[in-house]
Write a protein that binds this ligand. Structure first.
Ligand code: SF4
Length: 448
């Protein structure tokens, strides 16, 4: 048996209370995926990566010799195959050197292989009708309003740049600015600052034809001074305000912005925003200071955490869902030296927030090569860390009897669509996994 597969199987056995699909999903997210030429030819006919905010790739665009950035799918659906996978949606992170590879078999099935051994079948998402459309100014809708989470979430990065600039301020795991530069260099339509009019026109198009999306996220880089003469709050507030006026209640409105004071948050609540994501990225105070130097300088770590709690008074605790980047607390040179220490620290944060009814969620760290941490830690965090985190996150949720976080669709293996980590996949529910028919054949591309 191949060595890597042996290690993954060992963890699947050790963590048999977790769905095996979630262990593979975490490994795919931390390692990335390679594609054969044939698989890319097939995938290019389905919904492709829109680069909705970061690169989420393990190599820069310049090193993609097969033009993967134009042909790789946004997400894949793992289902059936050699290990009889229940439906699992995974965000695609391109890595031509990955031991995980998608190829097409002689009988026309796309297969995920690890070191040459079949793991599962792969399905692609058909291109939504609205993806074919352009705005009146000629911009493709994939630039202005792409969807992720198998179509559930319209992702509106309204400002593709962050004013935390350079090594002294940018979060060390984040490639928003580098990604913006590389996308522009590649010639992709990639709007730095989207206007309210562009967003409304794009959502008009989505609304006309789409029946899958249920939520939108307004997000972008931090604004430390002003943007188009506006302060951060006023800049970000104008979007949900306009969306909720034009399409009241059509989608669940979410914002991913800095930790703001209560008076500012009330304005978002009044505008119709339902869910607030003040991402704290890493729990450990010393690591926050180093890894999130900009946030630390402008807001401060303790104040950031206090404002998360304040957010609960505005939106309700269950609707404050701060994100952290799972694994960066293991990064060197400053991170914890062992998985035990990393998990102990992160669990402390989970316990703290969940005891207040606030459920943090996480994205699995992608060590992008154009980031400080990615350069120093190209292998990311150990898979064992990710398995232990899934268990402790789920157990803490159960300990405080909290419901699955709202705004992510169905929870549980075979049901979840959240694609950049497995927290929704590991929630225990009574629901049976979707069969391919229930998943909607129209939404699961089959290769014929
Ligand atoms: S605040 Fe940090 S994570 Fe957010 S966009 Fe800026 S650099 Fe990236």
């Amino acid at each position: 048996m191949a060595k890597r597969l042996e290690r993954v199987d060992g963890l699947i056995e050790e963590y048999s209370d977790l769905p095996l699909e979630a262990i593979f999903k975490e490994d795919l997210l931390r390692t990335g995926i390679a594609f054969s030429e044939k698989a890319l030819r097939v995938a290019a006919q389905f919904k492709s990566k829109a680069y909705f905010i970061f690169s989420f790739d393990l190599v820069p665009l310049a090193d993609m010799s097969k033009q993967e950035h134009l042909r790789a799918p946004e997400e894949i659906c793992l289902l059936g195959g050699a290990r009889n996978f229940r439906r699992t949606i995974v965000s695609v992170r391109v890595n031509p050197a990955s031991p995980y590879r998608i190829d097409v078999s002689d009988d026309g099935r796309a297969l995920l292989e690890l070191e040459g051994e079949e793991i599962t079948e792969v399905h692609f998402q058909p291109v939504p009708e609205f993806y074919q459309r352009t705005l009146s100014n000629g911009k493709p809708i994939t630039d202005i309003a792409p969807t992720i989470e198998w179509g559930y979430l319209v992702y509106l990065t309204v400002f593709r740049i962050c004013q935390y600039f350079g090594r002294e301020e940018e979060c060390q795991f984040c490639d928003i600015n580098e990604n913006y530069r590389q996308q522009k260099r590649s010639g992709r339509s990639y709007t730095g600052v989207k206007t309210v009019e562009e967003i409304l026109e794009a959502l008009e198009i989505v609304n006309e034809t789409d029946t899958v999306s249920r939520a939108y996220t307004i997000t972008g880089g931090s604004i430390t001074s002003r943007l188009n003469g506006q302060r951060e709050v006023d800049f970000y507030l104008q979007y949900p305000k306009a969306i909720e006026e034009r399409f009241p209640g059509r989608w669940i409105g979410k914002v991913v912005i800095q930790a703001l004071v209560k008076e500012e948050l009330l304005q978002f609540k009044d505008a119709g925003v339902q869910i607030y994501h003040p991402n704290y990225e890493v729990w450990d105070p010393a690591l926050f200071e180093i890894i999130c130097a900009g946030k630390n300088r402008y807001v401060g770590r303790d104040e950031w955490m206090r404002r998360i709690l304040d957010g609960a008074e505005v939106f309700g605790a269950s609707h404050v869902i701060p994100n952290f980047v799972a694994g960066i607390e293991t990064s060197q040179p400053h991170g914890f030296g062992t998985v035990d220490e990393a998990i102990a620290s992160t669990s402390e944060g989970l316990d703290f927030f969940m005891s207040h009814g606030i459920t943090p969620r996480f994205t699995t760290w992608c060590p992008e090569p154009l980031t400080v941490l990615g350069k120093l830690n190209p292998g990311g965090a150990p898979l064992e860390y990710h398995a232990r985190l899934l268990r402790v996150w789920r157990d803490t949720l159960e300990k405080y009897r909290l419901s699955p976080p709202p705004g992510y669709g169905e929870a549980g293996i075979g049901q979840a669509v959240f694609s950049v980590s497995s927290f929704m996949d590991v929630i225990r529910t009574d629901k049976p996994a979707s069969s391919i028919q229930e998943a909607g054949e129209s939404r699961v591309g089959r290769i014929s």
